[in-house]
Design a protein around this ligand. Sequence first.
Ligand code: SF4
Ligand code: SF4
Length: 502
Amino acid sequence: MLTAQPGRRAVAVSAFDLPDAQQLLLHGCEDCACPVTTELPPPVADRLDLTLSQGSRWTCGPEIFEVRLDAEHRLLFNPVGSGGVVVVNDPAYRIFRCFQQPSTLAEVRAALRDSRDDADAIFDRLRQLEIIYPVGQPVVRPVFEVPKVLTAWLHISNACNLRCPYCYVNKSAEGMDEHVGRATIAAVARSAVANGFRGLKLKYAGGEASLNRRLLVRLHTYARTLSARHGLELYATLLSNGVALPRPLVETLRAEEIRVMISLDGVGSDHDAQRPFMNGKPSFRFVERTIAQLMEQDHAPHLSITITNRNAGGVANVVRFALERNLTFSLNFFRDNDCAINFPDLRYKEQVMIDALLDAFAVIEEHLPPWSILGSILDRGQLLEPRQRTCGVGQDYVVIDHRGKVAKCHMEIERTLGDVFRDDPLRLVQRDTSTVLNLLVDDKEGCRDCTWRYWCSGGCSVATFRATGRYDIKSPNCGIYKAIYPRALRLEGLRLLKYAAI
Ligand code: SF4
Ligand code: SF4
């Protein structure tokens, strides 16, 4: 007979229990072909035959991942399910453990001395979140969402006032002109409609996109018109180095609901070590001022933090900087590229990166934000929504350079496939097999049996190919990912404990 402390109710909570759960999700980095933050996928227990609930035997999923959170709570996570993180207290955990042997609900009730009154509710919770399943109906794969939004990287400026050593852009003074820009917007809207997307996400990027801000504003007005005409939801982000964003531009961005992503790689000298001006002078104090100005203008930015060997020791500090200001942020690993060839000191060692991330995670634990960090602290991986591919390359992502040429990935912006004047950009990237291949994780050697396969998806294809000459193999960052996934889950469990008022 299993016992619980007298008077303690069994409790199980997930992200669905948080007020404003939808607003508290943050997908991806804004720097890549990451999904748009739209909505929390619903629990998917309806794929299990729940008419079997009362009389049938149920059992625990075979791969359930457990982490102890504190003296009374644990986290449960099914890496092949779609229910996400579940936090249970000890009485609820004991109910879960009853299902290690296939059992009916009645048998579990009978086995409990206390918490019997809670057994039905916990049973419902655990099956809805795919922690337990009916014997004979094992959950072997999560439900994968069909992409609903086409994302377009619009390279509106090839110029930049900074000279970051890890940047993959061969910069020039050129910018996109209005003729190319309008053709680009029309082409990506056509692609979205023709391929049945519900929405369009535009990333105004470069170089430094704000150097071509008049065009940005005009193009966005045009994009709004076309989106309304075609019934497309429109999302947009300006990716900026944050050196200077004039106040009237910020007013417009706010009014037009164009989010701002600022690259900030450290506090003070950690940032300056890898994001100097063209003349070598430091840029941190300019970026810090812009961030403060954006907050003052009620248009708080998202911070994108790129980690190299140079700034790894300062990642925890910049994470603290973000959290103290209530700013969302993402952590991205440096990806080697031809332009960075002369800067070997950017390349990190596995343990250096792990240490940097764990220091940053400790700061997150100290200042747990209300939003979930599972979509933004795992480089190209995430733990919010199961995926078969790391990113949208070749599926729901197009890159358009300043001349209107189409590429598959911004890291390969010079490997163009056609242009917006003659081609359907999405069809071009979907058909291409000559540039980056974004394979399913189950097709990557080393990934097929990995616990994290549907969350990591095997890492960035461009980075893996550069390191190994292959697309069908696990990421060179695999050891780092495996070290940090459990730690990130723990942070999510602590967030639920803090904000779900168990
Ligand atoms: S790269 Fe490593 S952690 Fe990622 S899915 Fe493959 S084996 Fe798993
Ligand atoms: S291939 Fe790599 S760099 Fe390109 S969009 Fe995907 S994750 Fe990002």
